[in-house]
Ligand binder design. Sequence first.
Ligand SMILES: [Zn+2]
Length: 270
Amino acid sequence: MDDNRVDQNRADENQPQAAQTPVPLPASSAPVASRQPSPHDLEVLSRQLGRPVRDVVEIPARCVCGNPLVAATSPRLSNGTPFPTTFYLTHPVITSAVSRLEAAGLMNEMNVRLAADVDLAARYRAAHEAYLASRAEIGARSGIGAVPEIDGVSAGGMPTRVKCLHVLVGHSLAAGTGVNPLGDEAIAAIAEWWTADRCYCDGAWDTGGEVPSRDLSRHGPQGLPEIVGRPAPVRKSRGAEAAGAAEGAEAAGAADGADAAGTASTEETK
Ligand SMILES: [Zn+2]
């Protein structure tokens, strides 16, 4: 499961010794109110995501323990690219809980309601406007300034659709309750897995070994490398024996036996 990380650590063995010397970290027990990301925050983000973070300019939401829940990315990346997805949900406990909601079809249900409920649609459009305003403020605070290329473009499907619940939850956590109605709903819907009043950080990401330093990932639905929605691992058929039991006439195809066996065992269950 963590093959990438292992490979990455191996690759890093080529690095000079200094890279392996652990940097002393500030105590993370005290709540940190600052929006400004500390070096420790950036390390935690990289560990949460399993890849190095870039262009993070603020930490707009934190766990009660002080760890980041959401990272705010600069509206213009350091390579000059305009970047509309400002609020990126990083906490693995929350991202996986939100993935469960997506898998259960909550986005479809929300889209149906958005089409039918004028009031909800208006509040969602207001959330879109709030998103744009927050991004402009972050751009101003971080010295990036205006990014006209993405004027009017928010994220997650706003203002009229829901395409990524992680984006909406990231926005709600950053903005506070009452700004993004569908993000708020999604947060309420994950209450059995995560609530804002408790710390769920223990064991939620790998705290040992090196901080991820090489980006091995692809761009995903939140507008940054994919951390959710990975395809399910291909299930190796337990019918390997079934393949073995196949008649000799099929032996020529036995090299591809896994698929054949899967089909066979499905038929066996009749
Ligand atoms: Zn925590």
